[in-house]
Design a protein around this ligand. Structure first.
Ligand code: FUB
Length: 321
């Protein structure tokens, strides 16, 4: 069942949802109309702060806890606070966020709080060696945290190879392997990468990496990781074909084998999600633009997520009137 939008009075998108202290906490982007014209680099997504929301139960109102972090309080900030995520370790909450620095390069920052809803205090510098967008932090059952990140086009991933900036950003040719999301274990203090990021390789049914020209299936942005029945599910957006897809692997690094579509295209250009288990049931949180009709003014909703016997996921479709 696809549920209605959580809030109609504030535009929020890119939901990263976690259970902390028995409640659902939603870490979204906070969309607003900055009057920036739309382009393929996503300049119109000119967000300046984060609000965090909580729900006591799945049918409860999503409570807005106010501004948790503002771009003016981040010392290295340039512009554009995009999709964030949060994690908990040893009594502290960590908010991870992509932001362009003063030279217009996306980096990933981290801010710390004693409470899941913030306010969060940013570190003075971005995470060393970070680049691109859409951090997702996954805690495995052994207590290790992994960050997945990356996004092409406006997310700048095409400007890097082997974690180094290249002279001129470029997409691989259609018959070459697609650009991959990245994964790294986090350092013990949660403030740095614990190792050089590695490629999140997605294989097709023949065991070959997905090709760059395979727009219907290849990674674009919006990484998410969850674990179900001992398997690792890497899910992501295909961007210009507007789907949320997933691939399954045996460990947090993969490789992952492509399995299918979780969510068919919704209203709006972007699609972005998280998958969470709450009080014994699984949910897909996502956004669309049904309320605003505008690409950059998105609203969050959710749907029940169902697994089949073989561990594959039933595809969800929003039936708009
Ligand atoms: O919200 C800005 C960007 O739009 C996100 O970082 C992408 O994943 C897309 O949803």
């Amino acid at each position: 069942m696809v549920r209605d939008h959580l809030r109609k009075d504030i535009f929020i998108a890119d939901p990263a949802v976690h259970v902390f202290n028995g409640k659902l906490y939603i870490y979204p982007s906070h969309d607003f109309d900055a009057g920036v014209p739309e382009d393929d680099l996503g300049s119109h997504f000119a967000m300046e702060d984060y609000h965090i929301f909580s729900m006591d139960n799945i049918d409860s109102e999503a409570r807005d806890h106010g501004v948790a972090l503002h771009v003016k309080d981040i010392p290295w900030a340039g512009r554009q606070l995009w999709d964030c995520d949060a994690a908990y370790k040893n009594g502290k909450y960590y908010l991870y966020f992509p932001l362009k620095d003063k030279t217009d390069i996306f980096r990933i920052g981290v801010a710390i709080s004693d409470k899941p809803e913030g306010p969060f205090v940013p570190e003075p510098f971005p995470i060393y060696g970070s680049y691109s967008i859409d951090p997702c932090v996954f805690e495995d059952e052994d207590g290790r945290h992994y960050m997945y990140f990356g996004g092409i086009w406006g997310g700048q991933l095409q400007r890097y190879r082997n974690n180094k900036a290249i002279e001129c950003g470029r997409q691989p040719a259609d018959d070459e392997p697609a650009l991959c999301a990245k994964v790294t274990v986090m350092s013990d203090d949660m403030l740095q990468f614990g190792e050089e990021p590695k490629d999140v390789i997605i294989l097709d049914e023949n065991g070959e990496p997905l090709k760059a020209g395979d727009n219907e299936r290849r990674f674009f942005e919006a990484s998410w990781m969850h674990k179900y029945n001992g398997k690792y599910y890497f899910s992501y957006s295909t961007g210009d074909t507007h789907k949320l897809c997933y691939a399954i692997g045996d460990n947090p690094y993969g490789p992952f084998t492509y399995k299918g579509v979780i969510l068919n295209p919704v209203k709006g250009w972007t699609t972005h999600h998280s998958i969470v288990q709450f009080k014994g049931k699984w949910y897909l949180f996502f956004h669309d633009v049904e309320i605003s009709g505008k690409t950059h003014l998105r609203s969050i909703r959710f749907a029940d997520l169902n697994y089949k016997e073989d561990g594959t996921i039933e595809t969800i479709t929003v039936n708009y009137k």
